[in-house]
Ligand binder design. Structure first.
Ligand code: FMN
Length: 333
């Protein structure tokens, strides 16, 4: 089944997961440019959107070429969620995703995110309200359930289908597992068998091989990749090509990696301004260089400066040194 978001057909059934602090506008633009079929925005707190909190609304700034743009909203009040969805539609979203998977204490304590899986009535009211508020496709992201004794994803999927939800993503862990253990891809099959909607399987997909295994075990129509994209914004395009039966693009060589990292940093500086841009970019710089020769010392130097010129120069020097150590220009995985 080809995954369809409204009038947009994805080139391959590969989505990049919403990740707070990661899938911001610069990251989405970069991953899309490198060939990711779709990147979901960071979760946007519905109450904060209605209060017009700048930090929150800027998460929904969408580039014209970022289509289909799927904006994820979180919250617990159906009318607030509906209003936030309407605002996101006005700002150019092509689809709205409802967060019922976030396990973070500050989210579930307010009865949002994965806490909604414990209250199927409220979850249904939220989905009804959001679907009724916008003329856009509405999707749902959830986990297997709250804990091992309440794996109610199939039941919630049934409610979602009745509400008019158009696609469901399931992270193959319970809320209480947080990010521990491994994602249970086979458990996602129960959702696939309950609804006739497209189901996307999520959790621990980090390569072409794991993407294929996840699809086989879950029977899902597509995969969603989260942490596997850390420092590898080209990975979704590689998986997308492989699943579409094409030859996946090779890993970027050293010079290409340097250029991608520089492009990412530059976009973050433009988006956040120098101070926040440098601070927010540090984790990405760490991920791009993790495990490479001299990366610990490099990161220490980068983390000790707030001067973008120094950071760019350090990046150039780091990759130039790597290149002279490795004449092929390829980095061993
Ligand atoms: C740093 C971080 C931020 C996340 N933020 C969100 C979020 O905003 N909304 C959401 O639904 N899930 C969020 N998640 C969960 C991911 O979307 C995904 O379900 C989870 O990481 C499992 O997929 P993975 O094993 O491919 O990383 C986040 C995960 C991480 C690691």
């Amino acid at each position: 089944m080809c995954i369809q978001i409204g009038s947009h057909s994805l080139s391959a059934p590969v989505l990049v997961a919403p990740m707070s602090g990661v899938t911001d506008r610069p990251f989405r633009r970069l991953a899309r440019r490198l060939g990711a079929p779709l990147v979901v925005t960071e979760m946007i707190a519905s109450h904060a959107v209605l209060r017009d909190v700048r930090e929150e609304t800027r998460k929904a700034e969408i580039d014209a070429e970022d289509t289909p743009a799927v904006v994820q909203i979180a919250g617990w009040d159906p009318s607030v969620m509906a209003e936030a969805a309407r605002m996101m539609a006005d700002r150019g979203a092509d689809a709205i995703d409802i967060n019922m998977g976030c396990p973070a204490k500050k989210v579930v304590n307010k009865y949002a995110g994965s806490a909604l899986m414990r209250d199927e009535v409220l979850a249904g009211q939220i989905m009804d309200a959001v679907v009724g508020a916008v003329g856009l496709p509405v999707t749902l992201k959830m986990r297997l359930g709250w804990d091992a004794d309440s794996r109610n994803a199939p039941e919630l999927a049934r409610i979602a289908e009745q509400s008019g939800i158009r696609l469901i993503t399931v992270h193959g862990r319970t809320r209480c597992q947080m990010y521990t253990g491994s994602a249970d891809w086979t458990a996602i099959r129960a959702v696939v068998e309950t609804v006739s909607l497209p189901v996307v399987a999520n959790g621990d997909v980090v390569s072409i091989e794991t993407a294929r295994a996840c699809l086989e075990q879950s029977g899902a129509h597509g995969v969603m990749i989260g942490r596997g994209c850390y420092g590898r914004p080209w990975l979704p395009a590689q998986i997308a090509a492989a699943l579409a039966g094409a030859v996946p693009p090779a890993d970027p060589d050293i010079e290409e990696r340097r250029a991608i990292l520089a492009e990412h940093l530059d976009a973050m500086l433009v988006h956040y301004g120098t101070h926040a841009g440098i601070r927010n970019a540090r984790k990405h710089i760490g991920w791009y260089t993790e495990g490479l020769t001299g990366s610990a010392e490099f990161r220490q130097r980068v983390n000790n400066t707030m001067d973008p010129t120094v950071v760019f120069a350090e990046i150039d020097r780091f990759f130039a040194d790597l290149g002279s150590d490795n004449s092929s220009g390829r980095i061993a995985a």
